[in-house]
Design a protein around this ligand. Structure first.
Ligand code: PLP
Length: 399
């Protein structure tokens, strides 16, 4: 008998999402009765605002939602997304330039599929969200990391991008506020990077899923608002997950030039068709309803941000740049490596994260999930008491 043909080589090269893995491990320990405090999840701990849930409940009783609807999304939702894009990103688009996706994650995947050709180099500022390199590879592109450390507040410069550019470079990934670092580019930095991309005919895939979660009065100016001429070569990715505490509802979207968006819509028509209609109706309510609860959640995140940054900064050997967006803090922990803690000497942030989980029962995601070793990502999307207790455990471990 001939041996079975192999499974996909392309998919065999894809790693499981590291953040989901750490979170799953933390939840399993919690289920086993261990008092684990987890900073691993990238999701708000709040309930979805009730007016959004009510809109979904109402949609459940409308038979129009029991059927297939246009693969690219409900026309009324695409209109609302176009209006939000104009309001928050300064870009005037028609609903035909919008595709509603199963979460921002599908938008990220489809954006690379729509603009990457085999062998294209995609500039990826690091630390980066763990999904991008895999989504680039699945589009047969080559991720080219451009690293910016804590000393530059995790923000790449035009000089760094230019040094990494070759004649194969066709795409830049731009994320502000960033997951995992919480960094927000200033309007001037954003404009400089946008002008550089325009000059070299480079596509920009800009992930704006955290654009409404910003603090200290800063605004995350969209790269297409900073450089309007970029509109013909930029795909914006966004969604309701983070701003409205709707991670489980799975509604995101992509916006861009008509030709690229048409390709993504065609792909989606074969891949997944329309997003669940009930969830689309809920997203419509989120975008068009009162923004008061979203603002209250933002204020809670801001308070927790101040708390965690202040407490983490008290640990000798830990450098904590002040994150101005999203709900993550990304300390540089190289000062803790190569030293003995509770009988263990970690040499990488991966080993450090294991030590922290083992000895302090605190779950954090190691920098290796997002680029180089030497960092930890802590999400502060959890209650104030838990935030404090978890960091106090770290303070005791590294005293
Ligand atoms: C930067 C970034 N983009 C996109 C997403 C995708 O969000 P979702 O698929 O839940 O809408 C996430 C979620 O963690 C993210 O952090």
């Amino acid at each position: 008998m001939t041996e079975r043909a192999p499974v996909s080589r392309k998919l065999s090269a894809i790693a499981e999402s590291a953040t989901l893995k750490v979170d799953a491990k933390a939840k399993a320990l919690q289920a086993a009765g261990r008092p684990v405090i987890s900073y691993a999840a990238g999701e708000p701990d709040f309930a979805t605002p009730s007016f959004i849930v009510d809109a979904a409940a109402e949609a459940l009783h409308d038979p129009a939602n029991y059927r297939y609807t246009p693969a690219a999304g409900l026309p009324v939702l695409r209109e609302a997304i176009a209006a939000k894009t104009l309001h928050d990103s300064g870009l005037d688009v028609s609903p035909a330039q919008v595709v509603v996706t199963n979460g921002g994650k599908q938008a990220v995947y489809q954006a690379f599929q729509a603009v990457v050709n085999p062998g294209d180099e995609v500039l990826l500022p690091a630390p980066y969200w763990t999904t991008y390199p895999e989504a680039i590879a699945l589009a047969d592109g080559i991720p080219v990391e451009v690293f910016a450390g804590a000393d530059q507040e995790y923000k790449v410069t035009v000089a760094q991008l230019e040094a990494a550019r070759t004649d194969k470079t066709t795409v830049l990934v731009f994320v502000s506020p960033s997951n995992p670092t919480g960094a927000v580019y200033t309007p001037e930095e954003t404009r400089a990077i946008g002008e550089w991309a325009l000059e070299h005919g480079i596509w920009v895939i800009t992930d704006e899923i955290y654009q409404n979660l910003v603090y200290e009065g800063v605004r995350a100016v969209s790269i297409v608002e900073a450089v309007p001429e970029l509109a013909g070569q930029t795909i914006l990715v966004n969604g309701v997950a983070k701003t409205y505490a709707m991670t489980g509802w799975r509604v995101g979207w992509m916006v861009g030039p008509a030709d690229a968006i048409k390709l993504a819509a065609n792909l989606q028509s074969h891949l997944s068709s329309n997003v669940n209609n009930i969830a689309q109706r809920a997203a419509l309510a989120a975008l068009t309803g009162p923004q008061t609860e979203a603002e209250q959640m933002r204020q809670a995140f801001d308070r927790r941000r101040t708390l965690i940054v202040g407490e983490l900064s008290k640990i000798p050997g830990v450098t904590v740049p002040n994150p101005l967006g999203a709900f993550y803090v990304y300390p540089d922990v190289t000062g803790l490596l190569g030293r003995e803690w509770a009988g263990v000497t970690p040499t990488t942030s991966l080993e450090l994260a294991d030590l922290i989980l083992e000895k302090a029962e605190v779950a954090v995601v190691p920098g290796e999930a997002f680029g180089p070793s030497g960092y930890l990502r802590l999400s502060y999307a959890l209650g104030d008491d838990q935030i404090l207790e978890g960091v106090q455990r770290l303070q005791a471990l590294f005293a």
